[in-house]
Design a protein around this ligand. Structure first.
Ligand code: NOJ
Ligand code: NOJ
Length: 654
């Protein structure tokens, strides 16, 4: 696999010319001058987001009623070969009309017949559909597929495989395959956004004030960690500490991709050529190119690099496959914005050829494989990583077909893979009547459902198609349970529930319950600023999306969150049903989401260090900052939370 990757990389890599340098001081000064513009979303960006969101909603509405379960090729291969199975479901889905999927079938006889035998909710098992041969697979297996209209009341199925010599079944280890429609993500018919009043009853004035004071500092602190003294240009350090207790003075691929994504959001908010910010991206491109070509241990899957751009060779959890995906998306988002304000298409083509494609090729080579999670601990298939990969491939399919790149062959290739990834995304959903999102599948050493990876995934990997996005009921119910688990986890949540002015605080949340990483060693884990910021951003975005659609569906999944006791729930009392923008339930839900977001920000404010510095964590009992100080990601998470809040708060103006 490594061999292939390297072959791919060495094919098309003309060296990138070095570009003229600016000192970090100049960069910081130039960046800070733009703080004010950075805080106000431009008229254009907002108008676009409103119109586009409506358009996307309308155009994708009918494609969303679909549930799918999938297994990766390597997992399936292990299952069939180690259990000597004759037939196994690879994936299946139901879109409300058609049941479709693929099977792995051992080629034990030339003549075979494969049937999908299914039941309906009344317990009737007298229906079946035929599968047909598609293509050979490896080691004597074949891929068969099925696709046929079935009643909406379909409940379960198993597979029957007949040859002259025998009859074999795959009944999912005696559980059958359960067919469910995902919770309502479709039947909410809202009014158009421009007929709507933006509801902002939940916003707290102290948080508006806090953000206005804090954001310029957060931006300045963030820029200080881009190319600080002693680092190669383009390097983004995770934090400045470099001592034996804490050493975060490395360029992490994940952290830097997310930080540069935030830099791009600042650039987008300005919506004009800002050569200083553009330069940061070109430097980031150059250092990325260097890192991609280091021949590091796991190639592009390395989690972090030294600050001179060389590969880190010590022990680490590797590979971490979220990094290249996040980075590719960040580059493409930047390139789109850069082009839209009149940037050079040659520079964008160069970026595509020299760094973006390498990341994408890596994503394509890895998405079926297990890797380390974003917390660098668990080897498995991860909701966060998979979402990042899916988003990168979708973004690539569009980007490759753009006028600037004009590469329909790559576009078609990415589009096809994107569809495969779409088909597999639902595998993170738990079966049963409530649909939670599992953070890790087939984790080697852990089972995790309620993990900060879920809110982080829902905000960063949202592909604009309402799948595991902030308004998805499965996301909201998972968030609720995650917050409840965090409430138990940290004594701080009982000891300290209000700030000095007596105003209520959200539940302090961390990575997952049972975490032992205390910021320097292992004892007992703490709440993390990025986790509370992710919850805030998620609920602001959910409120914004509901508002744009003009409707909220209350269903079996999200009702627990809406009606759950505060501070983990929204403390409402709404019934299952569909609520249009004119109803009091709609206003209650949107207002409560805004408040929920603000209480999360207030929690962060309450435990932040002096002068708007943010560490990585705050103490589980005392709330005192812990771990590295000035974690770059902490700043970027607060900045993007405020951008989401501003979109909602000032939306009505545009
Ligand atoms: C263990 C932590 O869980 C992980 O997240 C961290 O990156 C490493 N230690 C290194 O600090
Ligand atoms: C530890 C975190 O768990 C990981 O997600 C992060 O990338 C590194 N620290 C660097 O900030």
């Amino acid at each position: 696999m490594l061999g292939n990757k390297q072959a791919l990389l060495s094919e098309s890599k003309p060296s990138i010319p070095l570009r003229a340098a600016k000192s970090p001081k100049q960069l910081l000064a130039a960046a800070s001058m733009n703080v004010v513009q950075a805080l106000t979303l431009s008229r254009f960006a907002l108008m676009c987001s409103v119109i586009c969101a409506w358009y996307i909603w309308v155009s994708t509405k009918n494609a969303l009623l679909e549930t799918t379960t999938n297994r990766t090729t390597s997992e399936l291969y292990t299952i069939v070969t180690s259990n000597n199975k004759q037939v196994e479901v690879e994936n299946y889905g139901f879109d409300g009309k058609t049941l479709f999927g693929t099977l792995w079938v051992q080629n034990i006889a030339y003549e075979k017949s494969l049937k999908i035998v299914y039941s309906t909710t009344d317990g009737n098992w007298n229906n079946a559909l035929e599968a047909v041969y598609r293509e050979p697979s490896f080691d004597g297996y074949e891929i068969w597929e099925f696709s046929a209209a079935v009643p909406l009341s379909i409940a379960q199925f198993y597979v029957e495989y007949k040859t002259a010599g025998g009859i074999y079944y795959d009944n999912n280890d005696a559980q059958n395959y359960v067919v469910t429609l995902p919770p309502s993500r479709d039947y909410c018919i809202g009014s158009q956004y421009d007929e709507m009043n933006t509801i902002k009853s939940g916003f707290q004035s102290d948080i508006t004030e806090y953000f206005s004071a804090a954001i310029p500092h957060f931006i300045a602190h963030l820029f200080k960690n881009i190319n600080p003294e002693g680092t190669a240009r383009g390097v983004v350090v995770a934090a400045p500490q470099n001592n034996t207790v804490n050493n975060y003075f490395f360029h992490w691929i994940r952290d830097s991709a997310l930080v540069m994504k935030t830099v791009n959001q600042i650039y987008m908010a300005q919506n004009t050529r800002n050569k200083t910010l553009e330069r940061l991206f070109f430097d980031f491109q150059n250092i990325t190119y260097k890192m991609q070509n280091e021949n590091a241990n796991t190639g592009l899957g390395e989690a972090k690099f030294n600050v001179d751009g060389s590969d880190y060779t010590g022990d680490w959890c590797r590979p971490q496959d979220d990094g290249p995906a996040l980075r590719a998306t960040t580059f493409m988002q930047f390139a789109n914005q850069y082009l839209s304000v009149g940037g050079s298409s040659n520079i964008v083509k160069d970026m595509w050829q020299n760094v973006i494609l390498a990341d994408l090729n890596y994503v394509v080579s890895q998405y079926t494989n297990k890797g380390c999670d974003l917390w660098e601990e668990v080897v498995g298939i991860h909701f966060w990583t998979f979402g990042a990969q899916r988003k990168a491939i979708h973004t690539a399919a569009k980007f490759a077909s753009s006028a600037t790149i004009g590469d329909p062959t790559s576009a078609a290739r990415f589009y096809k893979i994107a569809k495969t990834l779409d088909g597999s995304y639902s595998k993170f959903q738990t079966p049963g009547s409530l649909h939670f999102i599992k953070a890790v599948l087939r984790g080697n050493n852990a089972v995790r459902i309620f993990d900060a990876a879920v809110p982080l995934g829902a905000i960063h990997n949202d592909n604009g198609d309402n799948f595991f996005s902030p308004t998805d009921s499965r996301v909201l119910t998972t968030i609720h349970r995650y917050v409840l688990s965090m409430k138990q986890e940290y004594p701080l949540n009982t000891i300290n529930t209000t700030n000095a002015r007596g105003l209520p605080l959200a539940v302090a949340v961390g990575r997952y319950s049972g975490d032992v990483y205390d910021g320097s060693g292992t004892s007992a884990g703490n709440p993390w600023y990025i986790a509370n910021a992710a919850i805030a951003e998620l609920v602001y975005r959910a409120a914004g999306m509901f508002t744009k659609v003009g409707c909220v569906n209350v269903d079996m999944d999200n009702v627990g969150f809406f009606n759950g006791e505060e501070p983990a729930g929204l403390g409402l009392s709404v019934s299952i049903g569909s609520y249009g923008a004119e109803t009091s339930e709609f206003a209650d839900i949107v207002g409560a989401l805004e408040l929920y977001g603000d209480l999360n920000v207030r929690r962060i404010q309450n435990h932040g260090a002096e002068n708007y510095h943010l560490h990585e964590q705050f103490h589980r009992e005392t709330g005192i900052p812990q771990g590295v100080s000035d974690l770059t990601w902490s700043y970027s998470a607060l900045i993007t939370a405020q951008i989401a809040r501003n979109e909602l708060l000032f939306g009505k103006k545009y």
